[in-house]
Unconditional design. Structure first.
Length: 117
């Protein structure tokens, strides 16, 4: 198995990277059929629900204590703070970008541009 980590500020923003732009389009030649079908069933609302708050903490005595994520405090910001609550997640723009990339991938699959196995 392989794992990739993407800096969303670079992936979805207009920031320049010293690594160039080739990495922005990570397209494989083949995709597992079950993975494609799981992706096909995702809605934009699913992505919002799972990605808008990926971690939440409560500040207590100068320490960050993990909490179960609650509703997103501010969808336009990736890092949010309200009182003693801190949230980390993707912005609504970043989530929309992921959904658009997902739709582009499905068009490639449906158009036979990439193999499904």
């Amino acid at each position: 198995p392989r794992m990739f980590a993407v800096d969303n500020g670079l992936a979805f923003g207009d920031l320049m990277s010293n690594r160039g732009y080739e990495w922005r389009s990570l397209v494989l030649e083949r995709y597992p059929r079950d993975t494609v079908e799981r992706l096909r069933n995702l809605t934009q609302e699913d992505l919002v629900k799972q990605l808008s708050v990926v971690a939440q903490y409560r500040i207590d005595g100068g320490r960050l204590l993990p909490e179960t994520p609650t509703e997103c405090l501010e969808p336009a910001d990736g890092v949010r703070r309200e009182g003693n609550i801190v949230q980390f997640g993707l912005t609504e723009k970043e989530i929309r970008g992921i959904y658009e990339r997902l739709q582009d991938l499905l068009k490639l699959v449906d158009g036979g541009k990439v193999e499904v196995f």
